[in-house]
Design a protein around this ligand. Structure first.
Ligand code: C2E
Ligand code: MG
Ligand code: MG
Length: 560
């Protein structure tokens, strides 16, 4: 019975006496250590066994560090055998000086555990280290910086990756990221670390070379390597990379500080020009701090009712008559006074705050417009970020419903950036807005680049020619001919053209001559608070004197 149990035991078992001679061993024990049956007999010495086991005879076989659970009488050891197997041995000393030991082949368990550890520490798609590993490596290498060695952290972001992913599909996007990983590995020395931080963000860690020259050279190598075209399943793709660098010990003595520094440098590089390198500078920290302050202020502004809308008339030029007003955002800051949208809309776009702010603008503008004559439309500027959120259609219809404004009186002004971002989704949203009855205008026309193709891709109701052309119109014949060409284009596409920024009578004459239907600018009126709109209409159009009706209580801040 006991003999059978020993035989069936899935573990190797052996018992030695105080003189290290075998008292008992089961078959599994002999099996695990590849011992001949003869050595399983009582009386065999431990030394004989050690000498006979092909697994243990080599130097390659070594014990791993003692387990944390060890006590003076119980010891666990893990043996890495020459043939690649791992055997765990637990030995208990007996009071009489002998010992009993259990042996287990844990090769498979250890292999799975190692795989899991690898998975937890590496990016599954590219096999590169992940953020955690990067941070650990930085921490490990930091002490070397005390000995005068510099270390560089490079954060890099792919340019135009999203476009490739959207046009060629996600499988192609994955293939591209794998190829990027391969090019990065090929660009660094063996001792440098390459990590993927997520999405299209990567990081490199470089040490043991003179800084900042080496990091600068590495960044340029990487930009060059990733700037070469990619061949993804027969399709050509062009991307690029932008790099931010922080160097220890100068920019910080902690992994998180260095990573943040490199990230800030990357942010600055991206806003200046894609495909470039920037090193961290302390001023960036101060700027980030100011931005965070402004962001917090802006959040509060939205909740606390510090945002206002001013309205500027849009005028048909022949005969002169106000056809609509454009809602322009203002921030009544308690300390700074009236802040221009040029100073806070970009930040709101970056942080996503533009979504709740834009929603508030829609509600406020449509509500105030209901007070004005029915033939006066209201135009609202909408950012690309609002399209990305996927909620714009709902926000517009809710604003129309809440205010009761007829959809045909609302005009949405978008810029080219909406179409550049994701033109398929943008077009779909534009069509849905149109089917609600809302009008769509292309704002700041002429300031972007591939304008013509965007004009053809959607039947806009209006093209607004950017202010810069009007400014130059009288002095620069090129500007004038562009205004003329766009007006002609508008006519042939059935789109109205509005010239922005008309400040002088001379400019108005030119606008008329070039055949633009509408104009907007200081010549007619500056943007005005809602309660001055009726007065302005009376003045410009000779309409009924103002009734100064309803538009006094403001739309409360809408929750995101
Ligand atoms: P925009 O949509 O092109 O608005 C026209 C800008 O030109 C306004 O600047 C207006 O005050 C200014 N302007 C109008 N006539 C003249 C003129 O004769 N001469 C000069 N020099 N300027 C004139 P503002 O109000 O500072 O707005 C700047 C930009 O901020 C807007 O440009 C628009 O892109 C953005 N913005 C304003 N309100 C909103 C909003 O509610 N949502 C979003 N997403 N963006 C907004
Ligand atoms: Mg506008
Ligand atoms: Mg504009």
């Amino acid at each position: 019975m006991l003999r059978q149990a020993l035989k069936d035991l899935p573990l190797g078992l052996c018992i030695f006496d105080a003189d290290d001679r075998l008292l008992l061993a089961n078959e599994r024990y002999l099996d695990i250590w590849s011992l001949p049956d003869a050595l399983g007999c009582p009386g065999t010495s431990f030394a004989q066994i050690m000498a006979a086991s092909p697994a243990t005879e080599s130097e390659a076989s070594k014990a791993r560090a003692p387990a944390a659970t060890d006590t003076p009488s119980l010891r666990r050891r893990e043996w890495l055998l020459r043939d690649g197997r791992t055997v765990e041995v637990a030995v208990r000393r007996r009071p009489d000086g002998g010992c009993v030991a259990l042996h287990e082949d844990v090769t498979e368990q250890r292999r799975i555990a190692e795989q899991l550890t690898h998975l937890a520490r590496h990016d599954a798609l590219t096999g590169l280290a992940n953020r955690q590993v990067l941070v650990e490596h930085i921490d490990q290498q930091l002490p070397r910086t005390h000995r005068g060695e510099a270390m560089a952290v490079l954060c890099l972001d792919l340019d135009r990756f999203k476009a490739v992913n959207d046009t060629l599909g996600h499988a192609a996007g994955d293939a591209l990221l794998r190829e990027v990983a391969a090019r990065l590995r090929a660009s660094v020395r063996g001792s440098d670390l390459v990590a993927r931080l997520g999405g299209d963000e990567f990081a490199l860690l470089q040490w043991g070379v003179p800084q900042p020259a080496a990091a600068n050279a590495l960044a340029r190598r990487v930009i060059e390597a990733l700037g070469q075209p990619f061949d993804i399943n027969g399709q050509r793709a062009h991307i690029g990379a932008t790099v931010g660098i922080a160097v220890a010990p100068f920019d910080g003595g902690e992994a998180e500080v260095l990573m943040r520094g490199a990230d800030l440098a990357l942010y600055h590089a991206k806003t200046e020009a894609r495909g470039t390198v920037r090193f961290f500078e302390p001023e960036m920290d101060a700027q980030a701090l100011r931005r965070r302050g402004l962001e917090a202020d802006l959040r509060r502004a939205l909740q606390g009712g510090e945002l206002r809308l001013h309205y500027q008339p849009q005028v048909s030029v022949d005969p002169l008559r106000v056809t609509g007003v454009e809602a322009l955002l203002r921030w009544q800051h308690p300390q700074r006074g009236l802040v221009s949208p040029l100073d806070f809309v970009p930040l709101a776009e970056e942080t996503g705050l533009i979504v709740p702010i834009g929603r508030w603008v829609l509600h406020e503008a449509t509500r105030q417009a209901t007070v004005w004559p029915a033939d006066v439309r209201v135009a609202v500027n909408v950012s690309a970020a609002q399209f990305r959120g996927g909620r714009l259609l709902r926000d517009v219809s809710e604003a129309l419903e809440a205010s009761g404004l007829d959809a045909s009186r609302l005009e949405v002004e978008i810029t080219e950036s909406v179409m550049i971002d994701d033109s398929r989704q943008a077009l779909e949203t534009l069509r849905s807005l149109r089917s609600l009855g809302v009008r769509i205008a292309m704002d700041d026309f002429g300031t972007g680049y591939s304008s013509l193709s965007y004009l053809r891709s959607f039947p806009f109701d209006r093209i607004k020619i950017d202010r810069s052309f009007v400014r130059d119109m009288e002095a620069n014949p090129d500007a004038l001919s562009i205004v003329r060409a766009v007006a002609g284009l508008g006519r042939s596409l059935g789109m109205a053209t509005t010239v922005e920024g008309v400040e002088t009578e001379g400019q108005l004459q030119a606008v008329r001559r070039e055949g633009c239907a509408e104009a907007q600018g200081y010549l007619f009126s500056r943007p005005l608070p809602a309660d001055e709109v009726m007065e302005m209409l009376a003045k410009l159009d000779g309409r009924e004197a103002p009734t100064r009706a309803a538009a006094t209580h403001a739309t409360p801040a809408l929750r995101p």
